[in-house]
Structures are given as C-alpha cells and as structure tokens.
Design a protein around this ligand. Structure first.
Ligand code: NG6
Ligand code: CA
Length: 447
C-alpha cells in the first residue's frame, strides 16, 4: 500500500471564481468540478499570487513572489526560461522525495537560455527537466502566441525536418501573411478591434508573434483539450504504481477559445461558456482515470486557476454579447489584470478522499504556500533558499484550520495586501481602467 499520496495540481487559465457552478453561479453547470467540490474542500478565499499568467505560475511553482524579480511579466512565446535551472520548484520538491513528476499543458514560463535563442528544431534546453519535471508535454506560451506547437520532453512534436520552424517576436517573415495586413484571412476567429492579435495567422486565427514553417506540427485549436488531457491521463496510467506529481495546466479558457465541436452549444454563452464545459470534461477524465486505476482515494487533487476572469480578451468570440446573467467574477470587483479582488480570488478545491472531509473553508489561502505546505505533507521543510515566500499552511489545506494566513499579497500592475476583511492597495500610476477588456484595474496614484 502506497503511503505517500499522488498529487495533481489542475491549473485552469482565466477561470473566475464565479465561473463554476459550485461557487454559487446558477448560470452554468460544471458537474465534474462540482462533484470534487462537494466531496472535498471548497475554499472561498483562496488566491493566485498575480492577476496574469506568467507571474502567477512563476509564484505557484517556485513559491517565491514574482514581484521580487523584474522579468516575470506576461512572457512572449520565445522568452528564455524564467525559472532558472536548479531553482527549487514544486517539481524538485516531489522529485527529491521519490515522486515521478510531470508537466502537461500551458507553460508560459519561457524555454531556453535567453529570448529567441531556442532551437525549435532540436532539443530545447533548458526546459522543464531543468526544474524537476521528469516528463513534459507543453504549449510554450499561450494559445494566442506562437509557436503553435506541442513540445514533448523539449522537442517539438510531429516536426518535419524538411519544414523547420522559425519564430520571432521582432521581425515578420517575408512571404508569411499577417492578420494586420490581411484581415480577411483569419476565418475561424477575428481579433477584437484594437486588441492586437494581428500577427501570424495559424489555423485561421491571427496570433501574437511571427512564425514560419512547422506546418505538420501545428496544433489544432479545437483538439487542444483532447491532446493535453490524453497526455495527462497517459502520465497517470504509466505512473499509477508509485507516487507521482502532475502539474496539469489547461488551455481552457484562455483565448482564442475554440472548444471542440462536441461542446458547441453546451451553454448559451458561446465559446467562453463552452470552453468552461470543456474544462469540466477534462477534470472528469482525470478523476475517472484515477477511479479506474483504483488510486483515487490516495490522490490529492487541487483545482484552481492562474488568475481571475476576462470576457473579451482579444477575439470576437461573442463572449460579451452572450454572457447574459452569468458573473464570472462572482461577487467581487475587477477581474484578470486587476488588483481588485476578482483579479486573484480564484476557485480552489482540494480533494483527497482518504484524508480530507467534505466541506467549505473560508480560510485565507494563497498559492504561494503550496511548497511549504506540501513539504510538510512529505514530512520535510523547504531547503535553505528554496521557496522563500512559502509558509506552511497544511492544516488549512487539509481543512483542519479554518483561519489560514494572516494576510495575502496580490500582484497586478502594483501590489495589495489583504487580511481577508480589509485590503490595502498601494498607490501606483497604472491605468485605472482597461477599456479593451472592460476591467476596473484598481490603480490610483493617491492613498
Ligand atoms: C495580453 C493579451 C491577452 C492575453 C494576455 C495573457 C493583448 C491586447 N492582450 O497581452 O489576449 O494573451 O496577454 O494572458 O495582446 S495570460 O492569462 O496568459 O496572462
Ligand atoms: Ca491566465
């Protein structure tokens, strides 16, 4: 009988607190996530560290606040690896304790030594293996940034050597049409006015950045959830006999939202709503796999999100027009990019059937504490210098402490600190409002 639990972190992209049925929204049905919420512990006051992906993921994996560095803002698709080789991460923690470790899905933490230096046609290094992951199957950045290919164990999947890939974020490739010059060519999704997303056109969708070649390796947008879920399921199947740690970062529900046809019309909210249902399906596949293999009872699953919700994030997918009564941000103000509460207050559900009792926890919790808390679960402490900002809140994570942290620090353009009742937002000169996404950002230059 395996004593150590398997650990799976399922990190959604841009799913807001209110986007899940279990958080009180009557406008959407997410049965697989809701089942986890009802059999496990559902947090009402848990936070991502930042209101956008790269700093949030950096902080979650290293458990060092991203704002301690000045190079952790939203990464391009050719960014160098932001977490440096040898830096402690959740993956190194688990690996040191005998786990097999895997990263599947959205990466958005850079690859290679420096920006633009990656060999997309060879071995891309450093990559996830340099920070503790035994296995990786990732999208380099986001769905809306080139290169639009999967990278498995640091090599582009399905690459035809006769059609090498080139990527640039500075210089277009002659002969490759761009969305900004050919607005008629993106036939699957058009960018929203003024949002950008008007560079390389891949699969009828114009993206950010320039790309050439690699035609055979291109992902199909409607198959991304299927592809990465299949890889996550295979990883679980292959390692079911000994402890594993899986970081499963979904592409749903980031833009461009192109859910598989079988989810079309699953909601009345168009692609954004349907992508939430696709996300929920992915969760169902993971849970069903664990149950089929008889390891569900001793697997700790965390379902959470990298930042708060956004409705129009750059493509004319009718998310605004079809939103109806749905409130992705729940009762909170702001959203993705915002220092107000909805920027980082995210869904957070923890299940471990053999150890965690069903319930709802109002404990103040931050993703920054995962390292120290999970280290405690492994009967160890962070090594000197590892996860410097992480504190052990394992009792809160397991439902034995309903208070949690004294405060959380949140990051958007600037910083805020909240004790769960009051919140201080440090004055800063960032814009007060993002008119593209229609988000109150919470920035103000005065106290
Ligand atoms: C923004 C993009 C947005 C999204 C975001 C990253 C524009 C105007 N907007 O810059 O579409 O890609 O970056 O999202 O380009 S995140 O969830 O990965 O942080
Ligand atoms: Ca995100």
């Amino acid at each position: 009988m395996q004593e150590k639990p398997n650990v799976i972190i399922i990190l959604a992209d841009d799913i807001g607190y209110g986007d899940l049925g279990c958080n009180g929204e009557q406008t959407i049905r997410t049965p697989h996530v809701d089942r986890l919420a009802h059999t496990g512990l559902r947090f009402t006051d848990a936070h991502a560290v930042a209101a956008t992906s790269t700093p949030s993921r950096y902080s979650l994996l290293t458990d060092q606040y991203a704002w301690r560095r000045n190079d952790t803002s939203i990464a391009t698709g050719d960014a160098g690896m932001i977490i440096r080789p040898g830096q402690a991460t959740l993956a190194t923690l688990f690996k040191e304790h005998g786990y097999t470790t895997g990263a599947v899905g959205k990466w958005h933490l850079g690859l290679g030594d420096t920006a633009g230096s990656q060999d997309w046609n060879g071995w891309i290094t450093p990559g996830p293996s340099a920070i503790g992951f035994d296995y990786s199957y990732i999208m380099a950045a986001t769905g809306d940034r080139v290169p639009c290919v999967y990278v498995e164990n640091q090599r582009v999947v399905n690459l035809d050597p006769a059609d090498p890939i080139a990527v640039s974020y500075t210089t277009p490739f002659p002969g490759e049409p761009l969305g900004k010059d050919h607005p008629e060519l993106p036939t699957v999704l058009k960018p929203s006015p003024d949002h950008g997303h008007a560079d390389a056109i891949v699969n009828g969708v114009s993206r950010i950045g320039y790309m050439k070649g690699g035609k055979q390796a291109l992902w199909q947008d409607e198959n991304i959830a299927d592809s990465i879920t299949t890889k996550a399921v295979q990883f679980i199947e292959q390692h079911a006999g000994s402890p594993f740690f899986l970081y499963f970062a979904t592409n749903d529900i980031h833009v461009p939202r192109v859910p598989h046809l079988r989810f079309k019309g699953a909601t009345t909210m168009g692609a954004r709503g349907d992508a939430i249902i696709e996300f929920d399906w992915s969760i169902g596949q993971i849970v069903e796999t664990l149950e089929r293999l008889g390891i569900a009872g001793n697997t700790l699953i965390i379902v959470t999100s990298d930042n708060g919700p956004v409705v129009d994030d750059g493509y004319a997918d009718q998310a605004v027009e079809l939103l109806g009564a749905h409130r992705p941000w729940g009762d909170f103000r702001g959203g993705k990019y915002s220092i107000f509460e909805a920027g980082t207050r995210v869904p957070f559900i923890v299940t471990w059937p053999e150890k965690i009792k069903a319930g709802v926890s109002d404990a103040l919790f931050s993703q920054i504490d995962l390292y120290a808390s999970l280290a405690c679960l492994l009967n160890t402490q962070p090594a000197t210098g590892a996860a410097p900002d992480s504190r052990n809140h394992l009792p809160a994570l397991l439902g034995n402490d309903r208070k949690g942290r004294d405060y959380v620090i949140e990051q958007a353009t600037g910083l805020s600190v909240s004790d769960g009742e009051w919140k201080y937002i440090a004055p800063n000169h960032g814009a007060a409002y993002n008119s593209l996404t229609n988000t109150e950002l919470g920035n103000s230059p005065v106290d």
